[in-house]
Every structure is written in C-alpha cells, then in structure tokens.
Design a protein around this ligand. Structure first.
Ligand SMILES: NC(=O)c1ccc[n+]([C@@H]2O[C@H](COP(=O)([O-])OP(=O)(O)OC[C@H]3O[C@@H](n4cnc5c(N)ncnc54)[C@H](OP(=O)(O)O)[C@@H]3O)[C@@H](O)[C@H]2O)c1
Length: 294
C-alpha cells in the first residue's frame, strides 16, 4: 500500500459515512475522499480537510471517474433497500475496473439469497460480487445497531409494550459509533488480504432486558411482548411500514430468535483497541432522549 493511500468513503453524508470520514480526518489516515450524491451535504467535511466527489450508484456511467486513483474503498450499503442489489453490484464492478486495491463493505449477519427479502439478498450478492473481483476485501457483517433500540422505544414508551419476534433469544447489538470506528480502522489499515468480520457488542441482551432498562431510565414500565413472526410482519405493515421494511425487520427478529444475532466476537476491540459499548451504557448515554419519548 502507498505511504499515503487514497481512501474513499461512499455515502459520506449518511449517519455512518459521516462518522467514518470524521475519524479518518482526526486520525490523519491518508488522503480522504468523501463520496456522496450531494456535495453540499459534505461541505463541512471538506472544510476539515477531506476531498469530495460525487458518487451515485444509480449513475454507473459516472463511477469510473469517481473511483479513479482510489486505493481503498468503503462501500456503505445504501438505504434504497428494494434496488440496492443492482446499485451495489454496479459500484463493485466500477471499483474493480478502476483498480481499487481493497474494498470494505458494510454487510449484515447471516446474509442469505432471498426472493422475498431484498435486504439480506442484496448483502449476499454484494459480498459475492466483491469476492469475484481481484481486489482484497474486508466484509463487515454489522449486527443490528443499538441505535435502532431508540427507534423501537418511540412507540414502546407510549404504549408500555415492546413487541418482538425474537422470543427469549439475545442479540449482541453494536452501536453505530463502534461500527464507524471499525470501518474507519479497516479502511485505513494495511490489511490487503480477504476477510469476513462479524461486528458485535460485548454480550447478547434479550428484549426483556432492553425493555426493563429503558423503562427504568424513562421512569415508566415497558414490557417486552413476544409475538410470532407473522404477527410482527402484519403489525409493522399495519403501522404503515413499507413491505420491504416489514419483511426485513421481521426476518432479523427471526434470525435473532434462532440465535444468529447472539454471537460475540472480538472485532471491535481488535480493530479499534477499545471494548465495544454495551447496550446499558448506550441507553444511559441517551437517557435524556429516552425520557423525552416517555
Ligand atoms: N446494522 C443496522 O442496524 C443498520 C441500520 C440501519 C441501516 N443500516 C445499513 O447501513 C447503512 C449505513 O447506515 P446509516 O445509519 O448511515 O444509514 P443512513 O444515514 O440512512 O444512510 C443511507 C446511506 O445510503 C447512501 N445512498 C443512498 N442512495 C445511494 C446511491 N444511489 N448511491 C450511493 N449511496 C447511496 C447515502 O449516501 P449519500 O446520501 O451521502 O449519497 C447514505 O450514506 C444504511 O444505508 C443501511 O444499508 C444498518
């Protein structure tokens, strides 16, 4: 790898991408390029020393120029869940053609081909597309963000009930901040081989525990209500969630119920040098927001 590698982060204006770019700049990790569909949204990162390029996976004809000269690329999975398999394959193809040496990709646990769930399907096929290139890679299979608990709590704190299809199984939530630290480290380090890393918190927690901790912080009891997967899917759809989200969230709960999310790995510590944040500490750090929701 060159002494000062060219690092490009796609989706740099997103929650995760922005944090990764900030860390790379803080750590003086080489030449840092913030790739985004909207350059105005990364103007502050440019002020801090990043370069910026337009990167839009929906415009594959522009990606050769976007990825030119890049040594290491962080490809952040997009939020266009229904179409991102096509988007991300186009991005991988362009990266390979541009001669990118190493591709880091934000995947999820247990990626599977699926005709009904484009979230897991797109992760599976993007991983395959990356492996089919000549590039080195780091696949980051991120567990569910602890930050997602706050989204679930918005309703749970109003009704006092937190529904899930995880049963009594645990999930090893990882904070988005820890995922950003891992992604920045994986992008900046000199690793040039091919690896798949599962990115988790310090220990699995059950939904009963999450509900109890959140209720204690809010000063209002919250009960975890385990429900069957189909009831979960229908409940999410009835609440107005698009099918693709209802399907994906239910499938993640089913995976958790079957134990796939309860894995503990040393990846956060190995790549960042510090322990991952626990759910309890994460909730405590967000106590004000949790009380405001109650
Ligand atoms: N593990 C989890 O619990 C969890 C939870 C939520 C999401 N995720 C996944 O992790 C990703 C990052 O999380 P986040 O919290 O940062 O989500 P986010 O803030 O919603 O960011 C969405 C990202 O998608 C990018 N994007 C959308 N359309 C694109 C296109 N046509 N070409 C290139 N990039 C495009 C955006 O980039 P620009 O706007 O800068 O172009 C942005 O970085 C999400 O997109 C999603 O795939 C994981």
């Amino acid at each position: 790898m060159p002494a000062s590698p060219v690092l490009l982060v796609t989706g740099a204006s997103g929650h995760l991408g922005r944090q990764v770019v900030e860390r790379l700049l803080d750590n003086k990790s080489g030449r840092v390029i913030a790739g985004t569909r909207d350059l105005a949204k990364v103007a502050d990162l440019v002020d801090r020393g990043a370069e910026a390029r337009v990167v839009d996976f929906d415009r594959p004809e522009t990606l050769a120029a976007a990825f030119a000269g890049v040594d290491r690329l962080l490809l952040i999975s997009t939020d266009a869940l229904a179409v991102r398999k096509r988007q991300q394959r186009a991005a991988v193809e362009a990266a390979a053609k541009a001669g990118v040496g190493h591709i880091v990709y934000t995947s999820a646990l247990n990626p599977q081909p699926s005709e009904t769930n484009p979230v897991t399907d797109s992760h599976y096929w993007t991983e395959h597309a990356i492996a089919a290139t000549a590039a080195g890679f780091t696949i980051l299979r991120n567990n569910i963000y602890a930050d997602m608990i706050l989204v679930a709590l918005a309703n749970a704190l109003k009704s006092g009930q937190m529904f899930s299809a995880t049963g009594t199984a645990g999930r090893n939530y990882v904070t988005r901040e820890d995922c950003a630290a891992v992604a920045a480290a994986a992008l900046a380090d000199a690793f040039s081989g091919r690896r798949i890393l599962e990115v988790n918190g310090p220990a699995p927690v059950t939904q009963d525990e999450v509900a109890a901790w959140a209720g204690a912080i809010a000063g209002k009891p919250v009960a975890h209500v385990p429900i069957p997967a189909e009831a979960m899917r229908q409940g999410l759809a009835a609440a107005g969630l698009p099918d693709v989200y209802a399907e994906a969230l239910t499938a993640f709960d089913v995976d958790a119920a079957r134990g796939y999310h309860a894995v503990t790995t040393p990846v956060v510590h190995d790549l960042t040098g510090r322990a991952p944040t626990s759910v309890q500490d994460f909730l405590a750090a967000n106590a004000e927001a949790i009380r405001a929701m109650a």
